[in-house]
Design a protein around this ligand. Structure first.
Ligand SMILES: O=C(CO)COP(=O)(O)O
Ligand SMILES: O=C[C@H](O)COP(=O)(O)O
Ligand SMILES: [Zn+2]
Ligand SMILES: [Zn+2]
Length: 315
């Protein structure tokens, strides 16, 4: 069942965070649904602009609608990740997305407010919710690379004004995370002090943490041992998710970790089976491993075991 994040965030606020996972193809979608059913978690399926053009937005919509039929127990939101204004309107018009992100965080404060407000007005008219971003994460997103020097933590003083001027439903904040597999090149970590100040300014308002893959070191070691070269890859400690949730984070974005699972599974499999050229045996292994990864991540987020309660809450 496709829902907006409104009630999901209300249910989660202060207690746990909902996993927002990026998907690109059928194997990921099936693994994602299986993993969330296995851990009994509500979830958010995220589609980036890159994913929409990889196979095509039409095919992704078809796959997700099919998964919704195959797994009738599932409760999830369909969300556009890091949208520009035009893509947001396309998703709002589609009647498929229940949530969009307008990422105008590289613009000035006033332009970010104005752009976000236009998207919010269009989305709310159709019952769709909007996530915006204030501050700038480091790393690569949508092929735009933000250097650590340009990355800016969210200024807690500007959050209340941003939320009240835009009427946005949730806000991605920059508190030290970054996109990709190479986080924390310096001695950075999560700035819980900044997060606590933000929560103080907008109590009860749902916050979002991007760039939150944990880049497990055993995963990196296995990839490197099987011919990969990911030296120095590093991520966010997922034991910190519950603390972030207590401070108002209701959505945590994870993409890179899923890519690492895909890379490890495929590299190891073909190293061990050099004679194999069938895509199905390895596809099966990937779907299983991806489902296990999702279920384990949901334990860290605290969303595991919440599905029945969420269903009652929505009723
Ligand atoms: O924020 C993300 C998607 O919007 C994903 O972040 P990671 O690169 O840490 O997985
Ligand atoms: O934040 C970016 C997400 O990880 C999506 O990445 P992508 O644009 O390569 O699909
Ligand atoms: Zn951004
Ligand atoms: Zn992101």
């Amino acid at each position: 069942m496709i829902v907006t994040t409104k009630k999901l965030f209300e249910h989660a606020y202060g207690k746990y965070a909902i996993g927002a996972y990026n998907i690109n193809n059928a194997e990921q979608i099936i693994g994602l649904f299986k993993g969330n059913i296995k851990s009994q978690s509500p979830f958010i399926i995220q589609i980036s602009k890159g994913a929409r053009s990889y196979t095509s937005k039409i095919m992704l919509e078809g796959l997700i609608r099919s998964a919704d039929q195959m797994f009738p127990e599932a409760i999830f939101a369909v969300h556009l990740d890091h949208g520009d204004e035009q893509t947001c309107y396309d998703c709002i018009e589609s009647g498929f997305y229940s949530s969009v992100m307008i990422d105008a965080s590289s613009l000035s404060f006033d332009e970010n407010v104005a752009t976000t407000k236009r998207v919010v007005d269009a989305a709310h008219a159709k019952g769709i919710v909007v996530e915006a971003e204030l501050g700038q994460l480091g790393g690569v997103e949508e092929h735009v690379s933000v250097s650590d020097a340009d990355a800016k933590l969210t200024d807690p003083d500007s959050v209340k004004e941003f939320v009240s001027r835009t009427n946005v439903d949730s806000l991605a904040v920059a508190i030290g995370t970054s996109h990709g597999a190479f986080k924390f090149t310096g001695s950075q970590s999560l700035h819980f002090d900044v997060l606590a100040e933000i929560q103080n300014r907008v109590p009860g308002f749902p916050l979002v943490m991007h760039g939150s893959s944990s880049v497990p070191q055993d995963e990196v070691a296995r990839i490197n041992a099987a011919g990969g070269n990911l030296q120095g890859a590093k991520g966010v400690d997922d034991n910190q998710f519950k603390r972030a949730a207590q401070l108002g984070v209701t959505k945590i974005n994870i993409d890179t970790d899923g890519r690492l699972v895909w890379t490890r599974v495929h590299r190891e499999y073909f190293l061990e089976h050099p004679e194999n050229f069938d895509l199905r045996p390895i596809g099966k292994v990937f779907m299983e491993e991806y489902a296990n990864f999702i279920a384990a991540k949901n334990e860290k987020l605290g969303s595991a075991g919440q599905l029945d309660d969420v269903r009652k809450f929505l009723a």
